[in-house]
Design a protein around this ligand. Structure first.
Ligand SMILES: C[S@@+](CC[C@H](N)C(=O)[O-])C[C@H]1O[C@@H](n2cnc3c(N)ncnc32)[C@H](O)[C@@H]1O
Length: 214
């Protein structure tokens, strides 16, 4: 076992416990989905919950619902009456995520959109306090540009998988579109004067940006 795996286990045994519903959602995702590893899971999920609770957002936007794990983590921080919009392109995932939203008691605060983020985001005219980008890695910069005008001043944008299993510091094949786009995204936000950027090297890398200007 590598030392970082040991440390991850140590961290997991010294942070808030995963709620039984979330553990069940994670298990069902692993059993029913081919790419179960795409699910945030407890380590990242509890960090998302903490960030959301610190921000206390009124409006959250998520791109990439998948089975709903991260949506439920983020929704925990909503203020009374707050809403989370989550977008998923694959309609086969709708009912699984929806059943867990129902069970969580947060159904009334979560609006599920089925469709391509590029078609759905322009229909949303809200000022989001918190945005989580976690869909197609080849579209990260597109999604960032798309959501940016809809983020409130001082709002937080989080992007997942920005260290991309360490591929960002390895030799990249010219055909590896996902890594090339992540590299482009990381360079772009680092140099974007409209945001303050930090990368948390947890799990697959989580970039946190604070919008400081239009
Ligand atoms: C990594 S998974 C999301 C995981 C989830 N956020 C979590 O942490 O549990 C990415 C999801 O984005 C969806 N997706 C990919 N391209 C999309 C697009 N253009 N618009 C909306 N959803 C998209 C995929 O179908 C997939 O379910």
């Amino acid at each position: 076992m590598k030392i970082d795996k040991l440390l991850e286990q140590y961290v997991l045994s010294h942070i808030v416990e995963e709620r039984p519903l979330m553990a069940r959602l994670f298990r069902e995702t692993q059993l029913r989905m081919v790419n179960g590893r795409m699910c945030s899971g407890h380590l990242q999920g509890s960090l998302l919950t903490l960030i959301s609770k610190l921000i206390r957002p009124s409006l959250i936007l998520e791109i990439g619902t998948y089975t709903g794990y991260s949506a439920l983590c983020l929704a925990e921080g909503l203020v009374e009456g707050g809403m989370l919009h989550t977008i998923e392109i694959n309609d086969e995932l709708e009912s699984l995520a929806s059943s867990f939203f129902e069970e969580s008691g947060l159904r009334g605060r979560i609006i599920q959109h089925i469709g391509d983020a590029e078609s759905v985001v322009p229909t949303l005219d809200n000022d989001f306090d918190l945005v989580f980008i976690d869909a197609d890695k080849r579209k990260y910069l597109t999604h960032y540009q798309l959501i940016f005008p809809k983020v409130a001043q001082g709002g937080i944008i989080i992007a997942d998988n920005t260290l991309w299993a360490g591929k960002v510091v390895q030799k990249v094949a010219p055909t590896d579109e996902q890594t090339l786009e992540i590299l482009k995204f990381n360079d772009f936000v680092r140099n974007d004067p409209r945001v303050e950027t930090f990368i948390i090297p947890v799990r697959d890398g989580i970039t946190i940006m604070r919008k400081v200007s239009e």
